[in-house]
Design a binder for this molecule. Structure first.
Ligand code: HPA
Length: 245
């Protein structure tokens, strides 16, 4: 069974036949919301809304440890994260979908490991490839099967938020090699690896990053909702294909 963590614009999956909602507690506190179990075309799936079902939990306050722990406990085979991002590269404007293959962490002050505190072993996970290659390939194949265009690879910059970036910060991220910027990629990816969970992401560009394209002087926030609504329709189709495959 795959798990899907839905971000902004994806707090539910319309075609999911819900079979059960489960409130879970973990040693790390409570996840963002109940886990929703269901089936798509006969195949099981568990869904979690990263920001809560009413979109009330901001990126820097998401309990990433509880979210991943709760999913691990359901014995999921992997986690697909859906996340909205800003596009830094010129070809990554609003509406573009991308499966990142690398990540840079600019977040701070988040609880980002299970290996801390009394009794925890000192452990250094390998993070050379932060996204599980096989799961990335499955997402790309699913997109191709349903005829949805999605870009293979890119560097995700995870910023702290909740504010958006300055134009100079985006220039710096670009110099660092980042293609897209979002606020939730870390520590989610690292925690999945610590739990030995396969993990990959579908990034949805909802705006040009600060100082880029139509965001030259300000990010047109009013547009984001419409872009999200349209793009998430395509993401849903990809996920349905992925789960049903
Ligand atoms: N920056 C950071 N996170 C985001 C953005 C952005 O421009 N758009 C959507 N999530």
């Amino acid at each position: 069974m795959l798990a899907v963590i839905g971000g902004s614009g994806l707090s539910q999956l319309a075609t999911l036949e819900v079979t059960q909602r489960k409130v879970v507690r973990t040693p790390y506190g409570e996840p963002s919301g109940a886990l929703t179990f269901g089936r798509i075309r006969g195949k099981s799936l568990v869904f979690l809304a990263r920001h809560g079902y009413g979109h009330t939990v901001p990126p820097h306050e998401v309990n990433y440890r509880a979210n991943l722990w709760a999913l691990k406990e359901q014995q999921v085979e992997g986690v697909v994260s859906v996340a909205s991002v800003g596009g830094i590269r010129g070809d990554l404007g609003p509406g573009v979908l991308l499966v990142p293959d690398q990540i840079i962490d600019y977040t701070w002050g988040r609880r980002g490991t299970y290996f801390e505190g009394a009794g925890a072993p000192v452990t250094h996970i390998d993070f050379t490839e932060p996204y599980t290659p096989a799961l990335r390939q499955r997402i790309l194949a699913a997109a191709q099967e349903c005829g949805e265009h999605i870009i293979d690879g890119g560097v995700y910059a995870a910023t702290q938020g909740p504010r958006l970036e300055s134009a100079a910060e985006i220039n710096r991220l670009e110099r660092d090699g980042a293609d897209i910027v979002g606020m939730t990629g870390m520590p989610e990816a690292a925690l999945a690896r610590e739990l030995d969970l396969d993990y990959a992401a579908v990034a949805v560009s909802v705006n040009f990053a600060a100082g880029r394209g139509e965001s030259e002087h300000a990010i047109p926030m009013g547009r984001i909702e419409a872009v999200l609504a349209e793009a998430m329709g395509r993401v849903r189709r990809i996920i349905e294909q992925l789960v049903a495959a």
